[in-house]
Design a binder for this molecule. Structure first.
Ligand code: ADP
Length: 416
């Protein structure tokens, strides 16, 4: 009988437990059934346990991965509880700030405060954290040894299931090297601009002399020189005039952003009126029209530069027109992601796809020197510099033979 009991499967699959056993009395039968049931439950529990073990192992692996990543990160990481008490910092935090984990756990990030920022700065930070769930910006903090340093900091709010803040996570990197490089770049840039400015300025002097003497020769030398020679003098004069235009444009390019010019609220309809007045002669000459569609959001910027931007883009729209149809230009504006977006659409000759980026570089012209009234190829480079100095972007979309749309973004006056 014992053999028969033991011979029955007890691995948890046993419906056989209910099979009557030969030679067993009722009590033994009942005991055997209970035993089998228990064994089944045990096997099921074992399987559950093994599954849970796998899950725990999996979680452990993930935890290990995350903690390795956090620990090896070059970016400092700091976690606080909702009361801003620091509960964790990684190695990079200690390397950057000089504070060990023991130094700061249980304290608040104010330990890093340098005194560089006023109450308003922190009020805005907290406002963004509570409204948007994050804050990102540059901040000056103090290391344990007393030195101050700039950092790029991001703080994220972490919430639990019922939406309450459970932690704050801060990530920052030391921006000292970046700032030094930025300052060096700015210095080199301003030296280069200074060089371009001075050279262009000085070049105009001998050029003016060439132009005036050529003018005198053309006026007084008619009886001394034959027609061929006079033609040569004509070439010299137009070369000198072209060089003067180039120098003036290089000067204009180097002037953009050169002086700390005041930024103000720019009323665009008034500015466009001034620009169309400047272009009146060209407009009348070619029968062109500029239509403003909708509202033009006011810009926050350097007025003279923004005016030059509109003059350049609009005069190109008139200049690169198709001989068969008078220029029809549509100027429109809208607000997108806190920037003003302005578009100038023309019905001109259009631009081939491969040149859409190139035309914003210096001296890039797509046509013969004197075609379309000539030009220096600097106008759009100036436009790009103006737009980028204002923190915006400029681009063009075009259909050759049908027209082009130049679009640029500029900061809005009302969000400044
Ligand atoms: P410039 O007009 O003095 O040549 P720009 O820098 O203003 O210099 O323009 C560079 C080139 O881009 C022009 O030579 C022309 O080929 C092209 N371009 C500019 N605006 C337009 C336009 N609205 N339609 C077609 N081509 C244009």
């Amino acid at each position: 009988m014992r053999d028969e009991v033991l011979g029955n499967p007890i691995d948890g699959r046993g419906d056989q437990a209910r099979t009557p056993l030969i030679g067993c009395d009722d009590e033994q039968q009942e005991f055997y059934e209970k035993f089998s049931l228990l064994t089944n439950e045990l096997a099921t529990a074992n399987r559950e346990l093994a599954k849970k073990n796998d899950e725990i192992q999996c979680l452990n692996d993930k935890f290990q991965l995350f903690s390795d990543a956090v620990e090896r990160s070059n970016e400092a990481i700091v976690f606080t509880d909702p009361d801003e008490t620091i509960i964790f910092v990684n190695g990079a935090f200690s390397q950057i700030t000089g504070y060990s984990a023991e130094d700061v756990i249980g304290r608040t990030p104010r330990i890093l405060s340098s005194g560089h920022h006023d109450k308003e700065f922190y009020r805005r930070m907290w406002e963004s954290l509570s409204e948007n769930g994050f804050w990102h910006g540059e901040i000056v903090n103090r290391r344990k040894n007393g030195d101050t340093f700039p950092e790029f900091l991001t703080i994220n709010t972490i919430t639990n299931r019922d939406g309450r803040v459970s932690h704050y996570a801060g990530f920052f990197s030391d921006a000292t090297t970046h700032k030094v490089q930025e300052a060096q770049l700015r210095k080199i840039n301003s030296e280069l601009e200074q060089f371009a400015y001075v050279t262009s300025h000085d070049l105009r002097e001998p050029l003016r002399m060439i132009s005036s003497y050529i003018g005198l020769i053309e006026r007084d030398g008619k009886h001394l020189f034959d027609k061929r020679m006079m033609d040569y003098f004509g070439f010299v004069r137009s070369g000198a005039e072209r060089m003067d235009r180039l120098i003036l444009d290089v000067l204009a390019f180097s002037r953009v952003g050169r002086y700390e010019m005041a930024r103000t609220r720019i009323d665009l309809p008034a500015l466009i009126e001034r620009v169309t007045a400047q272009l009146r002669g060209t407009l009348d000459g070619c029968g062109g029209r500029i239509a403003v569609v909708g509202e033009l959001p006011p810009v926050y910027g350097v007025e003279s530069e923004v005016e030059r931007l509109f003059v350049n883009v609009l005069s190109n729209a008139l200049k690169y027109c198709d001989q068969g149809r008078p220029p029809r230009i549509i100027l429109s504006g809208k607000v997108d992601r806190e920037m003003g977006v302005y578009a100038v659409a023309d019905n001109g000759i259009g631009i081939e796809g491969q040149f859409l980026d190139r035309i914003f570089r210096m001296f890039q012209r797509l046509h013969a020197r004197e075609a379309f009234g000539g030009g220096t190829g600097i106008g759009l480079a100036i436009c790009r510099k103006v737009v980028e100095n204002h923190g915006g972007r400029i681009w063009v979309e075009s259909e050759p033979g049908r027209g082009s749309t130049f679009t640029f973004t500029l900061p809005l006056a009302d969000s400044a």
